[in-house]
Design a protein around this ligand. Sequence first.
Ligand SMILES: NC(=O)c1ccc[n+]([C@@H]2O[C@H](COP(=O)([O-])OP(=O)(O)OC[C@H]3O[C@@H](n4cnc5c(N)ncnc54)[C@H](OP(=O)(O)O)[C@@H]3O)[C@@H](O)[C@H]2O)c1
Length: 273
Amino acid sequence: MVNKLDMSNSFNEKYGPWALITGASKGLGAEFARQCAQRGLNTLLIATSEDLLRGNVEQIKQTYNVDADYIVLDLSREDILDVIRPVTDNMEIGLVISNAGISTVHPFLSSSKKQLLTHLHINTRPSMLLAHHFGRKMIKVKRGGIMLLSSASANTGAPYVANYAGAKAYNLILAESLWYEFKKFGVDVLGFMPGSTKTPGWDLNNPAKSKLVNVMGAEETITEALDALGKQPSLIAGKRNRLVYFIMQRILSRKIAIKMVANTMEKLFGPFG
Ligand SMILES: NC(=O)c1ccc[n+]([C@@H]2O[C@H](COP(=O)([O-])OP(=O)(O)OC[C@H]3O[C@@H](n4cnc5c(N)ncnc54)[C@H](OP(=O)(O)O)[C@@H]3O)[C@@H](O)[C@H]2O)c1
């Protein structure tokens, strides 16, 4: 049994007893689940890959002496709350992490309308539905936390990931707005913007030339996110990413910032037809 972290009591008081984490079969979501358990929370994991979910739940239970469970659910569905509510109505969910997301790198017009819509739904709708449903419940008991996964790409035009970056901007602005609205009721909201982070999703997009960008590890990224909850409306992961953000947002013109993003994408993934 691995020892829980020292801060587990205060984290549990604020955000326990259960954390619900979407996209928790692998990547950042699996690491969120592990670190929430390490901080003393029971964890409810959601994704589509049942084998991975079952393995993560077993590992969490064995390692951290907390309870854990999972729901197999395709988050592109419209009716996700019809599946989530029967499981959670009698559970006290103190922390919701809307982490599931999907990205592909293509010129906008090379994706079909159907694919763009499916990705838009996965990347936005669950965040809105979960924040609305669990936000109401948390506000009634005057405690809890909600984290919505955005991306460093949400801050400026991002050619070749246009639909993804637009969806991530939605998550950022939704989270920052709710940070203010929910704060007075004792509920913390954070919009979290990872930069490039080593995960299966990142590997799939195959940046064979990833030396060109700063790639962080999942563990340090998620520790930063959980530590920032309750302290600020949003956070970009990593000092280096925060410096790049500062330069892009405060020093460069919007036009130049977008061209710089495009150049990096073309070097990493191009040439695009
Ligand atoms: N890694 C990065 O560099 C990076 C950078 C910026 C932002 N982010 C954001 O961070 C989050 C996690 O990214 P990641 O790199 O960990 O991604 P990942 O390795 O691809 O994992 C994505 C997770 O989302 C789940 N998921 C995808 N589609 C789903 C669906 N239709 N229904 C239910 N679950 C679904 C996957 O589970 P199943 O396959 O089992 O369904 C998986 O657990 C995403 O929101 C991403 O946009 C990541």
